[in-house]
Design a protein around this ligand. Structure first.
Ligand code: FE2
Length: 253
C-alpha cells in the first residue's frame, strides 16, 4: 500500500466571508496554483491513501473546511487527517469549541484512531493543543500489546530533548510551549518510546529528520508553496510504501 503523507496546507477559501483575515493571510490564501501542483504530484504518485498531519486549514470556519475538503477530494483517493492547532482555532486564534463536530459534518474524523494499512498500523494522535486527550496513553499501551510495525502521525512534536534541541538549533526563537507537546511532557517516555517505526509531525513549517530508540522522526514542511513568502523546504511531501517500510520525498514542482 502506498501512502502520501503531507504536512501543513493552511487552506483558505479565497471566496470566504472573512475577507480581511484572508488578506492578512494572503501568503496562504493565494496558493491555488501550488495546491494544483500538489494535487497533480499526488495523482502522479497514485497513492492508496493520503494522510494530512494537520493544519489543513488556516482557521476553522465552514467555508475553509468545505474548501479544504474539496481540495483533498480532488486528489481522487481516500484521505484522513489528524488535527493541527489551526484546524481547531477560529480566525482570532481562540479555540472553536465545536471544531471536531464541524469537521465531522464534512465527513472528516479528527480523534485518536488507528488505520490498518496492509500489516502496518497507522496511529493518528490528536495533539492540536500541544497536549493529548486524557486516554491517549492507555489507548496506546493497549495498541502496543499487539505486535507489528506502527507509524505515528501527530501534528505537534513530542516534548523530548532531541526534538526541542533540533527545533531551537534550526530556529532559535521558537516558543517551545507551543511547538512541542508541552502539555504532555512525559508522554513520549511513558508511552511512545521505541514503539513507532516512524513518526511524522507538522507544525514547524520546515523539514527535519532525526532518530531515537530505533524510531525515525520526520518533521514535514509545508505541503504547498506559500505566496510571496519562503518557508524552508516548502512544497514537499512523503511517499511511504507499507510493503518495504521505506519512504521517499517528493517535490510538488
Ligand atoms: Fe501550521
Amino acid at each position: 500500500m502506498k501512502l502520501a503523507i503531507i504536512g501543513d496546507s493552511h487552506c483558505i477559501d479565497p471566496g470566504g466571508p472573512e475577507i480581511e483575515k484572508g488578506q492578512q493571510r494572503h501568503h496562504f490564501r493565494d496558493t491555488l496554483e501550488s495546491q494544483r501542483r500538489l494535487c497533480a504530484a499526488i495523482r502522479e504518485e497514485s497513492p492508496d491513501l493520503v494522510l494530512s498531519a494537520g493544519d489543513l486549514v488556516d482557521w476553522c470556519s465552514p467555508a475553509n473546511l468545505a474548501f479544504a475538503c474539496s481540495f483533498m477530494n480532488s486528489m481522487g483517493v481516500p484521505w484522513e487527517m489528524t488535527p493541527g492547532n489551526h484546524d481547531f482555532n477560529r480566525a482570532d486564534h481562540s479555540e472553536q469549541a465545536d471544531a471536531a463536530a464541524l469537521w465531522q459534518e464534512c465527513g472528516v474524523a479528527t480523534h485518536n484512531r488507528v488505520i490498518e494499512a496492509e500489516g502496518v498500523r497507522l496511529v493518528l494522535i490528536d495533539s492540536h493543543n500541544s497536549g493529548l486527550p486524557d486516554s491517549t496513553g492507555s489507548w496506546l499501551d493497549t495498541l502496543c500489546a499487539q505486535p507489528g510495525p506502527m507509524i505515528c502521525l501527530t501534528h505537534v512534536p513530542w516534548s523530548i530533548p532531541l526534538l526541542r534541541d533540533l527545533i531551537l538549533q534550526r530556529q532559535p526563537g521558537r516558543d517551545l510551549t507551543k511547538y512541542v507537546q508541552s502539555k504532555a511532557p512525559d508522554f513520549y517516555q511513558q508511552h511512545a518510546a521505541g514503539r513507532f517505526l516512524y513518526t511524522f509531525f507538522g507544525h514547524l513549517h520546515f523539514a527535519a529528520q532525526t532518530r531515537l530508540n530505533g524510531s525515525r522522526m520526520n518533521i514535514l514542511p509545508l505541503s504547498i508553496e506559500a505566496s510571496d513568502r519562503e518557508y524552508p523546504e516548502q512544497g514537499r511531501f512523503v511517499m511511504f510504501d507499507t510493503s518495504t517500510l521505506k519512504l521517499h520525498w517528493r517535490h510538488i514542482s
